[in-house]
Design a protein around this ligand. Structure first.
Ligand code: HEC
Ligand code: HEC
Ligand code: HEC
Ligand code: HEC
Length: 452
């Protein structure tokens, strides 16, 4: 699982150099993701003209950079996603799964490794081997390709014409997670992982920062699209990721494989660790010898809510324990099925979109969120690898914001401490929660030090 290590390294490095994307105009409309749109896909090559988005250098006089295509083509990993399906690893996955076609012709793979509209919705210039192209994220352009270049046409009108609202954090989180975790239309099951697919780990703000940015968040962007606050992006990403996992668990089709539940929603290392490693500790109502639901995102949400909405925090905490008991304890005392309990928790998380979006999140709140996260980890609740990994990505994100706002006395020390955490996370199967907790103690001191 070397990909994780690579990503964790990348995450911090890129975060140090980049600030990215996205405002926070919250509109609670559910937009269909581009893969299920009924609009015609025209093909990225239509965006590539040097007077459109294919300039080699950014333009000074335009709202947008105009070199988006060039950035994507030269730097973006999403241009490699189709090619990956031709490599030996993919061949092995396809063979192990017994697919009747090679990976690069199989819908099950193409749905995430390319834009894969139905044949009737493919324009003449659409080519699939370009990977995850413009329209896989911005929505098939059949109805908006012409209108979006007309002077005076509004962003809202383009959205009404099928442009996907990548600028709205909830919609963006759903889009990225629909491939970087999956949803009811595309999904990396445990069976696919068992056949050789890498484990997927994702954190919205970290991955937005790693993405070679083809957008400039400046005054003009704020004016057209609203606020951009990376902390809010992180927080919203955590809420949406929690919901996607719970909905997958509760989905009558996705939630099962044969007589077993779908294993991908559980903590991988509950099963994948040597028996000689006696690592069970009491935790959130899950008894020994039980398989734990992967609650790494939910625990991030709990830390966020403890700071931003302390009144509802105890109820959220209780509902996480109820959820664990329903799924891998002795059942929900109210008699609900585990699936009903999971859906109820997923629904209750909706309230936090507004909570996150309407709050001011400045240095003091940031410091408190970080302390809450560290407390969470030190209390033993983040004893799972996936939880520790999410905590690390969050602490790296938040440290960067704190550094930018001048809220850290010794950013160098903090970076050194983060590098130590990263080392502890390098080999997932050898992860030692006690070492991680010890390193967090020092980090906590460094973060509270800057406090005036
Ligand atoms: C739900 C979306 C989804 C589906 C379905 C899916 N993948 Fe992936 N795949 C991903 C993502 C996201 C990554 C990147 C993982 C990471 O590094 O975080 C990935 C990574 C990979 C990699 C490793 C690439 C690398 O650069 O190391 C291979 C190989 C791969 N997928 C093959 C396949 C094959 C073959 C199929 C079909 C059987 C498939 N995938 C189905 C989303 C998907
Ligand atoms: C992996 C998803 C993804 C892909 C692929 C992608 N984009 Fe984007 N794009 C985004 C996100 C996220 C934003 C930032 C939010 C926003 O402004 O809408 C963005 C922003 C933009 C903007 C808006 C900038 C502004 O200031 O309003 C343009 C223009 C754009 N992309 C063009 C393209 C073009 C052209 C391609 C293909 C060459 C492309 N994008 C491929 C996700 C993607
Ligand atoms: C249509 C599916 C799809 C969508 C939508 C999508 N991605 Fe990806 N993304 C992939 C796949 C597949 C890979 C793996 C590529 C590989 O390993 O070669 C990937 C790779 C990446 C990588 C590179 C990771 C690494 O290990 O270097 C980043 C960063 C990333 N995506 C961010 C995003 C963000 C942010 C969004 C939302 C704006 C997004 N992606 C939306 C499919 C998608
Ligand atoms: C309930 C227990 C359980 C959980 C949870 C679980 N797995 Fe598995 N996993 C298994 C079993 C059982 C096998 C089959 C082992 C065998 O064939 O020897 C397996 C096989 C695999 C394999 C193939 C290993 C091989 O020997 O070829 C991979 C990779 C894998 N799992 C990854 C994951 C990932 C990633 C997660 C979390 C997202 C996960 N598993 C969660 C039980 C689990």
């Amino acid at each position: 699982m070397a990909a994780t290590t690579r990503k964790l390294g990348l995450a911090l490095n890129s975060l140090l150099f980049m600030l990215c994307l996205l405002p926070l105009a919250a509109r609670a409309v559910d937009f269909p993701t581009p893969n299920v749109s009924h609009d015609m896909t025209v093909g990225s090559v239509n965006c590539a003209n040097s007077l459109c988005h294919g300039s080699v250098t950014p333009w000074k006089s335009s709202h947008v950079l105009q070199n988006e295509y060039t950035t994507w083509l030269r730097l973006d990993k999403h241009t490699q996603t189709f090619k990956v399906l031709l490599n030996d690893q993919s061949k092995r996955i396809a063979k192990n799964l017994g697919l009747d076609k090679p990976a690069h012709e199989s819908k099950i793979c193409l749905d995430c490794h390319a834009h894969n509209p139905a044949p009737a919705l493919r324009g003449e210039r659409f080519v699939q081997n370009e990977g995850v192209g413009c329209e896989a994220c911005h929505g098939p352009a059949g109805r908006w390709i012409k209108s979006h270049t007309i002077e005076g046409e509004t962003h809202a009108k383009n959205i009404a014409n099928g442009l996907y609202p990548t600028d709205q954090p909830v919609a963006q989180a759903k889009l990225c997670l629909s491939c970087h975790f999956g949803d009811q239309n595309r999904f990396v099951t445990h069976r696919i992982m068992g056949a050789g697919h890498p484990r997927i780990s994702f954190e919205l703000e970290t991955f937005s920062a790693i993405e070679p940015s083809h957008v400039q968040i400046d005054d003009d962007w704020h004016q057209r699209k609203g606020e951009y606050n990376p902390i809010k992006i992180w927080a919203i990403g955590q809420v949406v990721a929690s919901q996607q996992l719970l909905k997958t668990f509760a989905d009558p089709k996705l939630g099962h494989d044969g007589i077993f539940p779908e294993l991908v929603v559980f903590d991988c290392y509950a099963c994948h660790h040597p028996m000689s490693q006696e690592k069970w500790t009491p935790r959130l109502g899950v008894g020994p010898g039980r398989i734990r639901l992967n609650d790494s995102n939910l625990l991030m949400v709990r830390a966020i809510v403890r700071v931003l909405d302390p009144v509802s925090a105890p109820e959220l905490s209780r509902s996480i324990v109820r959820l664990h008991q329903a799924v891998s304890g002795n059942g929900d005392p109210s008699g609900k099925t585990p699936q009903e309990t999971a859906l109820a928790v997923a629904g209750s998380l909706d309230q936090y979109f507004a909570v996150i979006q309407k709050q001011k999140i400045d240095t003091p709140e940031l410091r408190r969120v970080m302390s809450a996260l560290i407390d969470e980890a030190m209390s033993g609740d983040l004893s799972d690898y996936a939880g520790a990994e999410q905590a690390y990505m969050a602490l790296a994100d938040l440290s960067l914001s704190l550094t930018k706002s001048g809220g850290l006395k010794s950013p160098k020390e903090v970076n050194r401490q983060l590098a130590d955490l990263r080392k502890t996370l390098r080999h997932d199967e050898e992860y030692q929660p006690k070492v991680f907790a010890g390193q967090l103690t020092s980090l906590r001191t460094l973060i509270t030090q800057g406090q005036m």
